[in-house]
Design a protein around this ligand. Structure first.
Ligand code: GTP
Ligand code: MG
Length: 316
């Protein structure tokens, strides 16, 4: 399906195809899942033409009703990417899921980036070893992507470190607009490079830093929402696993329970398929808890960060 040229969509000639490709919609899937208004803003194609093209694209992509049994069978064929820790994989139902958006939430030093680095290696493993048999796109917004860690983690997983490093495409995003621009190009880039895992570490830090104060909150949330949904469409259309990281912010209104809550409010909470909270545990271990997942029970797992990436920590 991915190989299907967009010119095979009824109603698309070479001129329209060129515009769509240049605007970052190079496949039938990317056209089928994008809101028409977004395509209108990025091309000079008329609204009615876009609607017709999209309807044809959706028919080719079979984005229509399915039986629950078909949906079930599709879910069974979803791949899971190992995190390197069996405990953590277990609470995730086998690992990080494709076709979905997984959010890692935690304070500084809880292991969000270390999990992302480990996944960048394990995603390259063949599926029988718990990988996705694909390449990786890593959007680094904080300048914390440490390439030397990739070499260490790849060795630990039996991969040639230099080869593994060649399969990870890293972009440093300098501000939120740059981050959004990079996300805009993912439909094209992921197809070109056979990416099966996309990481945005962190999704929120530029937004929090740039849109300061109450008066800018609505605009910030709207933009964040738009790009989270773009990532979901990418995950679903191409069968990619998307992982984003998020911070926690102190919430002064809390009288009981954990005073820290995930940043990004409802927009973030609603967009992410699986949310995982990370905390520091005893003896240098880390504790992960799944929250708000439509398919996973709320369970805890203990892991540790080592030279080899993420590994199991003994249960106490
Ligand atoms: P922020 O991005 O600051 O919010 O934190 P984070 O959640 O991304 O934390 P990160 O994943 O960077 O985890 C940092 C922790 O990993 C620190 O406690 C480091 O000591 C630990 N760490 C990083 N590299 C290594 C390593 O090679 N060996 C070991 N044992 N620990 C490491
Ligand atoms: Mg980090």
């Amino acid at each position: 399906m991915l190989e299907e040229d967009i010119e095979s969509i009824p109603g698309i000639g070479p001129k329209i195809a060129k515009q769509l490709k240049e605007a970052g919609y190079p496949t039938v899937e990317s056209i089928a899942v994008t809101p028409p208004k977004e395509i209108m803003e990025k091309t000079s194609i008329g609204f009615n033409t876009i609607l017709k093209i999209q309807q044809a694209a959706r028919e080719m992509f079979s984005a229509s009703f399915k039986t629950a049994q078909e949906v079930y069978e599709q879910r069974q064929s979803m791949k899971k990417c190992t995190t390197g820790s069996k405990n953590l994989d277990h609470i995730l139902g086998g690992g990080i899921e494709t076709h979905a958006l997984t959010e890692l939430i935690g304070e500084y030093g809880t292991g969000k980036t270390q999990i992302c680095l480990t996944l960048s290696v394990t995603a390259q493993l063949p599926t029988y070893k718990g990988g996705l048999d694909g390449n990786v796109v890593f959007i680094d917004t904080e300048g914390t992507f440490m390439a030397e860690r990739i070499y260490q983690i790849a060795s630990a997983h039996g991969l040639d470190p230099a080869e593994a490093a060649k399969n990870i495409f890293v972009a440093r995003a300098y501000n939120s607009s740059h981050q959004c621009l990079l996300i805009d190009h993912l439909f094209e880039f992921c197809k070109e490079r056979n990416a099966k895992l996309v990481i945005v570490d962190s999704m929120i830090s530029h937004f929090r830093g740039e849109y300061f104060g109450r008066e800018n909150l609505a605009e910030r949330q709207q933009k964040l929402n738009r790009y989270l949904h773009k990532l979901i469409r990418l995950a679903e259309a191409y069968g990619i696993a998307v992982v984003i990281t998020n911070q926690v912010q102190a919430s002064p209104q809390t009288f009981y329970g954990d005073p820290n809550r995930p940043a990004g409010g409802n927009v973030m909470a609603h967009a992410c398929t699986h949310r995982i909270i990370l905390r520091k545990g005893g003896k240098g271990t880390r504790l992960a808890t799944v929250i708000d997942s439509p398919s996973l029970p709320e369970e805890k797992a203990r892991f540790k960060i080592t030279e080899n990436g993420i590994e199991d920590a003994e249960e106490k």
